[in-house]
Design a protein around this ligand. Structure first.
Ligand code: HPA
Length: 264
């Protein structure tokens, strides 16, 4: 049993969780939806996100949502912080060891498509790993050859669309393209991403999806659109703007995700 798992059992008990949720930039409001909440700082959990990106939390929350016991990571570690694409492996392994069968990922992203405006949500149907870095490089076993077809679980996407309709939340699907960051894209890179068939760009999520599938977790992911991609509108793209605009998406996610957890 890993050190982090032992610490969690000691603080929050060993009752298994049904799902784990990772919150993107500016999306921490979802943590307020948890009841009977236990808060464990990442700093006391070996292998959990160590860095710090403003707009991200640094805690593991364990509590009840949608009638189920879940864990929420209020922040994540990104490839651009140090060049390690597998940085989230220890945390995701611990969540799987806690009993999670499903991983729900959220992020902030720039839109490449008029259907997705700032404040909208985009359900991720697939991704393009344009950063070209794979978190399974160095994994020595044949388990590294992960099948990525339908890695964003079709049944969960269908459920989310049905729930969004009931909740009056506009929810279309699109393809997420992972750029490493931390600089934002050039106008030419955004034009290329459009030609490649992507609908949104961001600096996270894709490596976590690869790791989650490696660990046998079912995956669902949703982007909160904070801006149009570089050159597609006159707004100024910045991390400050991302954090401010993420609030609108967060309000929608805090309705949609508990409803989805209830149906898991
Ligand atoms: N590009 C990359 N990542 C992002 C963006 C963007 O325009 N907006 C929010 N995260």
């Amino acid at each position: 049993m890993s050190k982090a798992l032992k610490t969690i059992h000691k603080i929050a008990g060993s009752e298994p969780i049904a799902a784990a949720i990772v919150l993107g930039s500016g999306l921490s409001a979802l943590g307020d939806e948890l009841t009977d909440k236990v808060i464990i700082p990442f700093s006391s959990l070996k292998g959990f996100p160590a860095g710090g990106v403003s707009g991200h939390g640094r805690d593991l929350l364990i509590g009840t949502m949608g009638g189920k016991r879940v864990a929420i990571l209020t922040g994540r570690e990104h490839y651009y912080e140090h060049g390690n694409a597998a940085a989230m492996l220890p945390a995701l392994e611990t969540l799987a060891d806690l009993g999670a069968k499903t991983l729900l990922l959220t992020n902030s992203a720039g839109s490449l498509d008029e259907r997705f405006r700032p404040g909208d949500l985009m359900l991720i149907s697939d991704h393009i790993n344009y950063a070209g870095m794979n978190p399974l490089i160095g994994e020595p076993t044949d388990r590294r050859f992960v099948n990525m077809v339908d890695c964003y679980a079709p049944d969960l996407r269908a459920k989310a669309k049905g729930l969004a309709e009931k909740l009056d939340i506009r929810l279309n699907e699109g393809i997420y393209l992972w750029y490493s960051g931390p600089s934002f894209e050039t106008v030419a890179e955004i034009q290329m991403a459009i030609r490649l068939g992507a609908h949104a760009v961001g600096m996270s999520t894709a490596p976590e999806v690869i790791l989650a599938r490696f660990l046998g977790l079912k995956v669902w992911a949703c982007s909160s659109i904070t801006n149009m991609g570089a050159g597609l509108s006159n707004e100024n793209i910045s991390h400050e703007h991302t954090k401010t605009m993420a609030v609108q998406g967060a309000e929608k996610l805090r309705k949609l995700i508990p409803a989805l957890v209830e149906e898991l």
